[in-house]
Design a protein around this ligand. Structure first.
Ligand SMILES: [Zn+2]
Length: 354
């Protein structure tokens, strides 16, 4: 399967935090030739590379499978669904969008986040930011009974509806869940590129659940895999549409972003420098970032066990945590190249210097 169709399949899959089953299935289908799988009760998916042998340092390749979305909180008498956000949303990005409501009949049905037309809004309503607690989703049901008969109930997962589109003229991808499904596809691409190659390290991919609600899955993957080092592949929010050029550090199309710091981790400076040196040697474009907000699974990984040196390879995503993101296929490909180059060079001696 081509890289693009892999991206489309995995990004389009439904999987809010805690309900990542479809994503896990898609990854199993895409990566089945590359090793053997294991799973735990949080739906973390582990992929152990076929070529692994005993007594080598272990590298954990991390990406998270979940996406931001919503969950039905209760059903109004008129059949409208009230909901809570899953993961971080800005409330003004929510109304008037199409969503998929996952039913207990094993499928999804369309719904619209209802909003009052401007004709009926008061002056103050037009000016104020809406509040998610007062929003509702319209699936066309006219009563609680009708909603229930459609397979919808409280706790039904709700997924932003967007389908991945590729513009071959500028190599841009438009779609949902690039944070962090592009990380998932990058790991599969790296493992595919390395197929049959002997390395000085063993590779375990940890496709982690529930990152968007506080990096929960990665707390288990670190404990299970007990890696010597970890590389976190992420969809990182781009800053190139609202910051002045001199402040921009995560520009779409300019290569993966390696962060020195964010709100929950100071990146191991030795591992970070090793990765930046490799990027230079292999002529792979990268961007360096100093962030005071945001966090990734690396926040959990680097403090696990006896401390695990961890870097983050971030693929820029414009408009993260909305229905539609914009990313560059070039950035995905350069992330694959960088991941591959790092893994062909890592060995016990180098890891000991971290
Ligand atoms: Zn993410």
């Amino acid at each position: 399967m081509s890289q693009l169709s892999r991206i489309q399949k995995i990004c389009d899959a439904n999987g809010i935090s805690g309900f990542e089953d479809e994503v896990v299935l898609a990854i199993r289908q895409e990566a089945g030739e590359l090793g053997h799988f294991a799973e735990d009760s949080l739906r973390n998916l582990y992929l152990y590379r076929t070529e692994n042998t005993e007594n080598k340092p272990v590298v954990l390749l991390d990406a998270h499978t979940d996406e931001v979305g919503f969950m039905v909180k209760c059903i109004r008498d008129d059949g409208m669904l009230e909901f809570i956000p899953i993961g971080g949303w800005v409330s003004s990005n929510v109304p008037a969008h199409l969503v998929r409501v996952q039913t207990n009949l094993g499928k999804t049905i369309p719904g619209i986040v209802g909003s009052k037309p401007p004709h009926y809004q008061s002056e103050s309503e037009r000016k104020s930011a809406p509040d998610i607690a007062s929003m509702y989703i319209d699936i066309g049901a006219r009563s609680v009974e009708e909603a229930l008969s459609m397979g919808v109930d409280i706790a039904s997962p709700i997924i932003p509806d967007a389908v991945c589109i590729y513009n071959e003229n500028n190599n841009l991808l438009f779609g949902k869940a690039f944070d962090c499904r592009l990380g998932c596809t990058t790991i599969i691409d790296v493992l595919e590129d390395l197929k049959g190659e002997q390395l000085q390290v063993n590779l375990v991919a940890g496709f982690a659940s529930q990152e968007e609600v506080g990096c929960r899955g990665a707390q288990l993957t670190a404990r299970k895999v007990k890696p010597d080092v970890a590389i976190c592949f992420e969809g990182s929010p781009a800053d190139d549409t609202f910051l002045p050029p001199y402040q921009q550090q995560t520009i779409v199309g300019k290569g993966p972003m390696l962060r020195f710091i964010d709100s929950k981790m100071i990146t191991n400076p030795r591992f970070q420098q090793f990765a930046l040196d490799i990027a230079k040697e292999f002529d792979i474009p990268v961007q360096k970032g100093v962030r005071n907000g945001g966090a990734t699974n690396a926040s959990a990984l680097h403090l696990s066990e006896q401390g695990i040196p961890t870097i983050v390879i971030g693929i820029p995503v414009r408009y993260a945590h909305t229905h539609w993101g914009v990313s560059s296929l070039d950035d995905v490909q350069n992330s694959v190249r960088l991941g591959r180059a790092i893994l062909t060079r890592l060995n016990e001696q180098i890891i000991a210097t971290f």
